[in-house]
Design a protein around this ligand. Structure first.
Ligand SMILES: Cc1ncc(COP(=O)(O)O)c(C=O)c1O
Length: 420
């Protein structure tokens, strides 16, 4: 029987590259793969039911625990009553009032002139990055910048813009890359504000010096820092540079904020241009109004007198887990943002380790290739402000049992890894 071209296309894709890699892994380790599972229920105490078992969830980016904060959930309910579930229109036509209010609040919180909200950080990066440049300009990115920056570069390149990568966190490599691309009108330098796996921060002040010498500006994806690094959770840029001159700062509303979306903060002139030049914003829908109401509530919490205590709780939890895992002799990475990773190594061993912890009552993410290099799988543990010390001790006990049951890399193995 003749199959349809679509069926043959799908068959061909199933047998190529990454799809084939994962298919083989599914076949080889059917009971190990802790991916693609359904969360069946959630409780306010950071436990959830997964695969029929209640476990403590160390896999959530809701770093401040605001997903369970009644002020945030009430704001969403209030937003639904006032605006319905969605206004259903691109912002190229009109924006609802909570959108305008949320952008004003984000800008005031950051200390930028203006801000622009996108439905996600990915859509910000694939909209703003190509929107900022023409064929006369260039875009360069840190080799370990987030995948969505890479996608933004690909779109820019498809429109005839020259793009390049430079060695991780190296001002010399950045300078060399820009020099090799000359002549150009302007350059955009795209980096992460914090590399979540390694905890590396970019040398922003040195990058800024190079930027000014080469008619370039900085584009900093601070997604992981939003709400959790810097004064009032403003992120890394203002701390490193004292302000936002010659910089666009990009943040997340889905991680520390526990809402939905991403934003770009910068000068009013830059935001006005991005509104006209970001295809993902013009041709796609916005964050629904109830979530914009929640964003406004979260900014109020970040700016309130209560924030330092919330942050202190989160920071104490991060220290507790990092110190404990280090004392166990595990190869610990990160801890700068509330993501603590433990190196395991081979894909199978990493998946087995995740399953072991799950069976001991703790969900953490087993991260394997392509998110990390081949053979450098990690257990990624996201710490939240509303994890209790007892939950962290319990996870540490489970990690100790894992180490007794399985050979794990020595702490020194981290140094040889260049994972971002
Ligand atoms: C640096 C960075 N940029 C972008 C994203 C993607 O964010 P979003 O889920 O809002 O598209 C992430 C998510 O982990 C990230 O870490």
């Amino acid at each position: 029987m003749n199959s349809a071209p679509l069926d043959r296309l799908i068959d061909a894709l199933a047998d190529t590259g990454m799809t084939r890699f994962f298919r083989r892994m599914f076949d080889d380790y059917p009971d190990l793969l802790m991916k693609d599972q359904t969360v069946e229920a959630v409780r306010p105490d950071r436990t959830f039911k997964l695969g029929g078992r209640w476990v403590t969830n160390f896999g959530s980016d809701s770093f401040l625990g605001l997903d369970q904060d009644s002020r945030v959930t009430s704001a969403i309910e209030r937003g639904v009553r006032a605006w319905g579930s969605h206004n259903g229109s691109s912002r190229a036509f009109a924006s609802v009032e909570p959108n305008v209010r949320a952008e004003r609040k984000i800008a005031d919180w950051l200390g930028t002139e203006a801000a622009l909200i996108y439905p996600s950080v990915t859509l910000a990066n694939v909209g703003a990055l190509p929107g900022l440049v023409t064929r006369r300009d260039v875009v360069v990115a840190d080799q370990f910048a987030h995948n969505s920056i890479d996608e933004g570069l690909k779109l820019a390149k498809a429109r005839g813009v020259r793009t390049a990568k430079f060695a991780h966190n190296s001002p010399d490599a950045l300078e060399e890359t820009l020099r090799s691309l000359r002549p150009f009108r302007h350059a955009v330098i795209a980096v992460d504000g914090v590399y979540s796996m390694s905890g590396h921060l970019p040398p922003l002040a040195e990058f800024q010096r190079v930027a000014r010498e080469y008619d370039a500006c900085l584009y900093v994806d601070d997604a992981h820092a939003s709400g959790v690094l810097g004064e009032h959770g403003r992120g890394t840029v203002r701390e490193a540079l004292g302000g936002y001159d010659n910089v666009l700062t990009i943040g997340s509303l889905s991680k520390g904020f526990s809402c939905l979306g991403g934003f770009v903060g910068g000068s009013q002139a830059a935001i006005d241009v991005l509104k006209l030049k970001s295809n993902s914003l013009i041709f796609g829908g916005p964050v629904p109004p109830p979530y914009l109401e929640a964003v406004c509530t979260v900014v109020d919490i970040l700016m309130s007198a209560e924030y330092p205590a919330l942050r202190a709780k989160l920071d104490a939890n991060v220290r507790h887990l990092t110190r404990g895992a280090t004392q166990l002799g595990l190869a610990v990475m990160g801890g700068r943002v509330p993501i603590v990773s433990v190196l395991v190594g081979a894909e199978e061993a990493t998946l087995k380790a995740g399953k072991f912890l799950y069976e001991h009552g703790y969900y953490v993410q087993s991260v394997v290739f392509p998110a990390v290099p081949h053979g450098a799988g990690v257990l990624r543990m996201q710490v939240n402000a509303n994890h209790t010390p007892a939950q962290i001790d319990g996870l540490l006990d489970a990690l100790a049992a894992l180490k007794d049951a399985t050979p794990m890399p020595e702490a020194s193995a981290v140094a040889s890894l260049v994972a971002a």
